[in-house]
Design a protein around this ligand. Structure first.
Ligand code: MLT
Length: 203
């Protein structure tokens, strides 16, 4: 059932949420480990590798072009990942009820899709350079979920309107959204890390 290549680590300190790390295109299950260590040291980690290969680069779902998603694939991959997360948190004894996704780029889009399609799976999410994965036809209930969105002011892949639309959607569905635009492009910066660190300290 644990049918994703993944990395899992137990918490080194009690009382912390578990981080679900979701890498960007071309990353893998180790790409965000150093980020996790910087933003919430000692937390338990579940970090799957996306199963879709685009020219050999792992992703979490197929896209038809940059920023144009294959929606049937996205929905199926979201269900598949949610099932993996439930099985893995149970098997490893991770704090599944306090699971916070930390997603970057394609991984942030998958984290957004998990929120919209499986609204009770995550307690919250850190979405770094995220877009709207899809527009739900049925409004999910995201009350009690907390979301940090960090957009890049100079991001050439994610238009500002996309990040704002995502924040508006999640807010409309009841999530408590913290939205920040950083003076950055699509790549992560130290400002992303300090923002995520202080946000997580207060969740
Ligand atoms: C995506 O495909 O999810 C976005 O275009 C971000 C990326 O992975 O490049």
């Amino acid at each position: 059932m644990l049918d994703f290549i993944h990395h899992a680590a137990a918490a080194r300190r009690a009382g912390l949420p578990t981080l679900l790390l979701l890498h960007g295109t071309g990353g893998d299950e180790r790409s965000l480990l150093s980020v996790a260590e910087m933003i919430l040291p000692d937390a338990a980690i579940l970090s799957p590798r996306g199963k879709v290969l685009e020219h050999g680069m792992p992703r979490f779902f197929r896209r038809l072009a940059e920023g144009v998603f294959d929606l049937p694939d996205l929905h199926a991959r979201t269900d598949e990942l949610a099932a993996f997360v439930e099985a893995a948190t149970a098997q490893y004894g991770l704090a599944g009820e306090r699971l916070i996704a930390v997603g970057y780029s394609n991984g942030a889009n998958m984290a957004g899709s998990l929120l919209l399609q499986h609204p009770t799976l995550l307690a919250g999410a850190v979405l770094l350079r995220a877009m709207v994965p899809f527009e739900p036809t049925q409004p999910p209930d995201l009350h009690g979920r907390r979301v940090l969105i960090a957009a890049g002011q100079f991001d050439s892949m994610v238009p500002a309107a996309q990040s704002h639309r995502l924040a508006d959607l999640l807010t409309a569905y009841g999530a408590e959204v913290d939205f920040h635009t950083l003076p950055a492009d699509h790549g992560l910066t130290n400002a992303d890390l300090s923002l995520a660190r202080s946000w997580l300290a207060n969740v």
